[in-house]
Design a protein around this ligand. Sequence first.
Ligand code: PDD
Length: 291
Amino acid sequence: MIYLNGEWMPIEKAMVPVLDRGFIFGDGVYEVIPCYSGHPFRLREHLTRLQSSLDGVRIENPCSIERWDELVREMVAKNPMDDQYVYLQVTRGVAPRDHAFPKGVKPTVFMMTNPLTTPPQAQRDRGVAAVTVADNRWLRCDIKSVSLLANCLLRQTAVDGEAAEAVLLRDGFLTEGSASNIFVVKNGVIVTPPKTNFILPGITYDVVIELARANRLPLEIRQVSEAEVRDADELWLTSSTKEVLPISTLDGKPVGRGINAGKPGPVAARMYQLYQDYKRTVMRAPDNVDA
Ligand code: PDD
């Protein structure tokens, strides 16, 4: 069952008018919320980021945070699956085509859920290939916009090079992945770029930073140069659907040096474990308040 503008229906029945501004202009924002064994993970944080994205594109939030919370839980209850990710999107609504905002139009609200398959152990053991690509997106990458054409092109460049992700560089510095945040490890220190308009403030990024701090793992949040990316001992990507996934080759060259070159490193393994333990703790919480 999916949710569209106040109604629940099978996805085959769901229709959106062609003049929806999401279709015409990519004028909308979205969220992807992982749910483990029926429990939404970091739901408040996802809904807070949704509010910032809506503010960023000047669409009034059609629901209160409490209502969103209810809807996400209802979605999961109506679609019992083990692990799943709830996708929700809000567009500016349906109006005759004109770039300027229409007046008095109701936003279109759409939600669906799909099975969540996190990367299998074998892939995590091997790590994935990535390629570097110039980040040619707009300057509001902090908004989780459905206008993802640039991200799609960047990801396809990676796929064309038989890689899983594009690591994006802007003016000689790391930004993020086409659909993930990127972490670098050098001499045991975890380094990642700060939250600016150049990256999406990832929910997984926040969890990783919290876990690093809580476990006293050396961490620096600062600009990361291209040279540091290429010279890293470890590279990881993080996202709600990939969790913490090591990158083992970059532009066809092994990540790291010596006997561990091209193999996922120990800090990634530690962080992955911390992430799994944290997930389990949160899921056990009686009212799931932290989730
Ligand atoms: N994408 N950066 C970009 C550009 C992203 O699209 C994503 C996630 C992230 C990671 O954010 P989070 O940890 O909150 O998932 C960073 C989602 C998964 C997607 O578009 O499917």
